[in-house]
Design a protein around this ligand. Structure first.
Ligand SMILES: Nc1nc2c(c(=O)[nH]1)N[C@H]1C(S)=C(S)[C@@H](COP(=O)(O)OP(=O)(O)OC[C@H]3O[C@@H](n4cnc5c(=O)[nH]c(N)nc54)[C@H](O)[C@@H]3O)O[C@H]1N2
Ligand SMILES: Nc1nc2c(c(=O)[nH]1)N[C@H]1C(S)=C(S)[C@@H](COP(=O)(O)OP(=O)(O)OC[C@H]3O[C@@H](n4cnc5c(=O)[nH]c(N)nc54)[C@H](O)[C@@H]3O)O[C@H]1N2
Ligand SMILES: [Mo]
Length: 649
């Protein structure tokens, strides 16, 4: 297939500073001085809230702890976030609104020991292959598996039943499942009465969603909706797992709440084998959030608005913490566009390529007075920076811990020497802190971890020695002799109301279709996602050659290819209301008519995010990456000039 290949990225081996418009090699001293001086200048001129930090979801817990401490204690703002915003922030928001904590409720082992597994908007076969091994074991042990996805993915091919819904119709589908369960008398009345609130309002809100109405809106046959409803409600144990098919939408937190409603209705939460699992994306995105690298929580998921909690951290860090939530990633970018955020420190994120409506993102980053990027590769984002700091790769060149989707904290160790002058992320942060008047001394990652343990009750009992002994421990782990059950919220099943604690509320939700509407000019629904053989913006996966790997393509179903006169491999122009790109056609029978698919793995060749829309969930800030309206033109067709974006610098 014809497709230009970009050169693999080389590891960054020495610091760079911008001079006369170009990046040149610099010593660590010079680069750190320049980086710190720029932060000082901006904070002095515009106040601490003119600073924003993006922290790295691939780096360790310890590094994320230090990065958020740097933001809060050295700069004095809560403007710290990460790529969690682009994927599972709605899961965290939805789960914490219902249960008080934002983590997935189950362990991987329970997926092997369950009766029904629902994979909802999740391409786990490709995106979570290790978790998928547990799903396969569950199937082998007799579980029925259901896949809910507009595409018949590799995951769906393993399912007993595939529910191929229209993009953005998850709430109607979930409501119809709930209504069917209620009408069949299969809801768990004891659990509902004891552990939930708002059931009557919920019942009324799902009542219009008969199987027939839902079939019309979602495209899923009524019989399939009924089958899933009955299987889920009748199961002794059931696991509901979801990922970005649910969360990358303008109403993503509502989508998450719609799934949680189903678990509350059936009592499939808080028991061994029954639970709710948002499969997290990056290797340590769970840990980054747990460490407080988010704008609204201090380490250990502790509320920043709570004066007693703030006082605890203020005492330990000898600083004042602003009594308000900081800006999230989406809001930071908006604030850059308005000139309110003028300095930004990006550690291991590549927003130029990963943000929806990338052309708008490039423009906003371009308006900054001071941009520092700390990465292991010279990404497109790094190429826009004033200072580039070369870091070690956390997963193999540093000591520390990561936390996975089942909340299990595990050790990582330094197995390789970092290249050139690349330095540990924590060392770099401490050098910058020192230049800004904070003399921090950490004798290695374990000392950072022990500081965190002293401030975060859910991590308190996890010494490095215990993590080693138990091959990782799940939070909560409040003391050095505790090993909690592998699932959360068992309290909901207590008969004693005091032990049961806060009830879990049902949510009343409306269907809200994708923002980018289909019309005659843009008649195709583009959804974007991943392939097994590449990783996110391609920076870390560009360096290997695989016969399996093709570059970016626009995937269309055979019927649409025939209708539009497209042949496999033919280059076509794909245009949305925001931009336009060229990519070859790949014909994929996994898609249904009207639906097309692209990845965002090859942005040097094809910048898919020039097409996507920056419509974001008002609660979580996540963009609707999963639903853009596009059209496909043969390259011989005339192209409107304004749709061809200027190439990113
Ligand atoms: N190989 C590989 N693995 C990865 C990554 C990678 O880049 N490469 N990235 C990691 C990261 S950061 C993340 S967050 C995870 C993401 O993991 P996933 O969320 O599983 O991956 P995606 O392919 O983005 O999207 C999942 C599915 O959502 C479906 N979908 C689209 N629209 C809708 C809808 O409206 N409703 C429903 N129900 N489904 C819909 C898509 O067809 C797709 O199959 O993967 C992680 N793992
Ligand atoms: N169209 C479309 N766009 C999407 C999505 C989608 O489904 N569709 N998904 C979104 C999602 S879920 C995500 S998570 C984002 C991902 O967006 P990003 O996080 O911006 O993209 P990555 O390619 O994962 O970038 C990771 C960066 O971290 C660097 N890095 C790796 N290890 C280390 C380390 O140890 N230290 C330091 N300092 N740096 C390191 C890598 O070199 C790389 O530059 O993309 C989002 N964008
Ligand atoms: Mo992600």
């Amino acid at each position: 297939m014809k497709n230009k290949r970009a050169e693999p990225y080389d590891r960054l081996t020495h610091p760079l500073v911008r001079e006369d418009g170009v990046l040149r090699r610099a010593s660590w001293e010079e680069a750190l001085d320049r980086a710190a001086e720029g932060f000082r200048r901006n904070v002095e001129a515009h106040g601490p809230n003119a600073f924003a930090m993006l922290s790295c979801a691939r780096s360790t817990n310890e590094m994320n702890y230090v990065a958020q401490k740097f933001t809060r204690a050295v700069i004095g703002t809560n403007n710290v976030d990460s790529c969690n915003r682009t994927c599972h922030a709605p899961s965290v928001a939805g789960l914490s609104a219902v249960f008080g904590s934002g983590g997935g409720t189950s362990s991987y082992q329970e997926v092997e020991d369950t009766d029904v597994i629902i994979m909802w908007g999740s391409a786990a076969r490709n995106a979570h292959p290790i978790f998928f091994q547990h799903v396969l074991k569950g199937i082998h042990n007799g579980a029925r598996m259901f896949a809910v996805d507009p595409r018949r993915t590799g995951t769906a091919q393993w399912a007993d039943l595939w529910l191929g819904l229209n993009v953005g119709t998850d709430i109607p589908l979930a409501h119809a499942i709930a209504r069917e369960i209620i009408h069949a008398g299969l809801h768990n009345t004891t659990f509902i009465e004891r552990a939930t609130t708002g059931f009557e309002e919920f019942r009324r809100c799902v009542e219009p969603w008969t199987l027939e109405v839902a079939e019309r809106v979602t495209g899923v046959p009524a019989s399939a909706i009924r089958e899933l409803a009955h299987a889920y409600a009748r199961a002794d144990r059931a696991q509901l797992c979801w990922t970005l098919g649910i969360t990358e939408h303008h109403n993503a937190t509502d989508n998450v709440r719609a799934l949680i409603n189903l678990a509350l209705l059936t009592g499939h939460v808080g028991r061994y084998g029954s639970g709710l699992s948002p499969l997290r994306g990056q290797n340590n995105v769970q840990g980054g959030g747990d460490m407080g690298a988010i704008p609204n929580r201090l380490p250990g998921f502790q509320e920043i608005l709570d004066p007693a909690i703030r006082a605890k951290f203020e005492g330990a860090w000898n600083t004042r913490i602003q009594p308000r939530h900081g800006l999230n990633l989406t809001q930071m970018l908006e604030a850059m566009g308005e000139g309110e955020v003028t300095a930004c420190y990006i550690i291991g994120e590549n927003p130029v390529q990963s943000e929806a409506d990338s052309l708008a993102c490039i423009k906003r980053l371009g308006m900054l007075d001071h941009l520092v990027v700390q990465d292991i590769f010279l990404t497109k984002t790094a190429r826009m920076a004033d200072v580039v700091l070369p870091a070690t790769a956390a997963w193999c060149e540093t000591e520390g811990t990561f936390t996975n989707s089942e909340r299990r904290v595990q050790r990582v160790r330094r197995a390789l020497e970092p290249p050139g002058e690349a330095r540990d992320d924590i060392w770099i942060l401490c050098e910058l802190a020192r230049r800004l008047g904070h003399d921090w001394h950490y004798d290695g990652a374990e000392e950072v971890w022990n500081e965190l343990r002293s401030l975060s009750p859910v991590h308190a009992g996890m010494t490095y020695a215990r993590l080693e002994e138990h091959q990782g421990i799940q939070w909560p782990c409040p003391s050095e002799d505790s090993l909690e059950p592998p699932f959360l919220h068992g309290r909901l099943w207590e008969t004693d109301p005091v032990k049961r604690g806060m009830p879990a509320p049902f949510a009343v939700l409306e269907h809200s279709p994708p923002v980018d509407e289909l019309d005659e000019e843009f008649p195709l629904r583009l959804t974007t996602g991943r392939r097994l053989d590449s990783y996110n913006t391609g920076v870390q996966s560009s360096g290997f050659a695989s016969p399996l790997r093709r570059g970016e393509t626009i995937e269309v179903c055979p019927e649409d290819a025939l209708r539009l006169g497209l042949t496999a491999g033919e280059e076509v122009r794909i245009s949305s209301r925001r931009g336009s790109v060229v990519a070859p056609v790949y014909i994929d029978p996994a898609l249904r008519p009207g639906l097309v698919f692209m990845t965002f793995h090859f942005p040097d060749e094809v910048d898919t995010n020039a097409l996507t829309i920056e419509a974001t969930c008002p609660i979580a800030g996540t963009a609707e990456f999963k639903a853009a309206a596009v059209r496909i033109d043969k390259l011989t067709a005339p192209v409107s000039e304004e749709l061809v974006p200027a190439k990113a610098g």
